[in-house]
Design a protein around this ligand. Structure first.
Ligand code: ADP
Length: 256
């Protein structure tokens, strides 16, 4: 532990120095605790699919199994190994962003056609679930972003909006506000409880773990989204969408 206790209580330079060392030690302990928590959750997430893989591999090895049954177990093994791969890929891209080892190639993007192509891409999934998708963007908006990374963000937010909606409309809106360009994605779905809102961008955080596990997520999607937006110079926030659903807002300040 970085436990530091410096018995200097004066208001002079030495006192200020002692106080800032103590604050630093507290911060370091906090970081250490966060890292330990994260490692514990990540190992737990990996252990679950690996337990299935091992268990079903043991059964599939049995010689008295019908071929059809064996295929069924092999399919589960395949699915679970894909989960492991996906989790490792997500963890890896976060780690690379932490180390600034993540190429971002920015260019000037005209938002209207860009958002339209994202809209077209996701529309079939929305139509399938009878969720209305609406796009609202004026012609004169531009952003300097990495188009493929930015698309990844929007696809992820739209995927969540769809996943957590049973009905209603999902709205993509782009607009200027004060000296910024903003894009919001709002749904009328099940919403995020107030007490969870501050944590949804945290790594491996899921609202109601059992529900989230059924939808196949690890709670890394929004952590990746936030980091992707920040490395491109923007910010992202979340709030309730009136009395129904959730709204994510991405903000790029002018001259960011
Ligand atoms: P996952 O990849 O597991 O979906 P995310 O990081 O994308 O994880 O989201 C974290 C949590 O936030 C999820 O467990 C989910 O419950 C909640 N969440 C995210 N987006 C929405 C949304 N549009 N509506 C309701 N809940 C949401």
């Amino acid at each position: 532990d970085f436990s530091v206790s410096i018995p200097v209580r004066s208001k002079d330079e030495l006192g200020i120095l002692a106080e800032s060392i103590q604050t630093l030690a507290r911060d370091l302990n906090f970081v250490k605790q966060e890292r330990n928590d994260f490692l514990a959750s990540a190992s737990h997430e990996l252990r679950t699919p690996l337990t299935y893989i091992k268990g079903y591999a043991d059964i599939a090895k049995r010689t008295d199994l019908a071929a059809q049954e064996r295929v069924q177990y092999l399919n589960i093994i395949h699915e679970e190994s894909e989960k492991v791969t996906r989790l490792l890929e997500e963890l890896f891209s976060l780690a690379r962003m932490d180390l600034n080892n993540f190429p971002i190639v920015k260019e000037r993007v005209r938002l209207a056609p860009f958002l339209h192509s994202v809209y077209e891409k996701v529309l079939p999934a929305f139509t399938n679930k009878e969720i209305h998708l609406q796009l609202d963007c004026s012609d004169d908006l531009y952003l300097d972003v990495d188009p493929s990374r930015f698309e990844q963000v929007l696809l992820n937010l739209l995927d969540n909006a769809l996943k957590y909606s049973k009905e209603g409309t999902v709205t993509i809106q782009a607009f200027k506000k004060e000296n910024s360009t903003q894009i919001s994605i709002a749904d009328q779905g099940i919403g995020i409880p107030n007490e969870d809102i501050p944590y949804v961008f945290d790594r491996l955080y899921r609202v109601e773990k059992s529900r989230a596990r059924a939808t196949g997520g690890f709670g890394l999607g929004l952590a990746i989204v936030k980091q992707l937006i920040e490395v491109q110079g923007g910010t992202i926030s979340v709030e309730k969408n009136g009395d129904r659903g959730t709204r994510f807002t991405i903000v790029f300040k002018e001259n960011y």
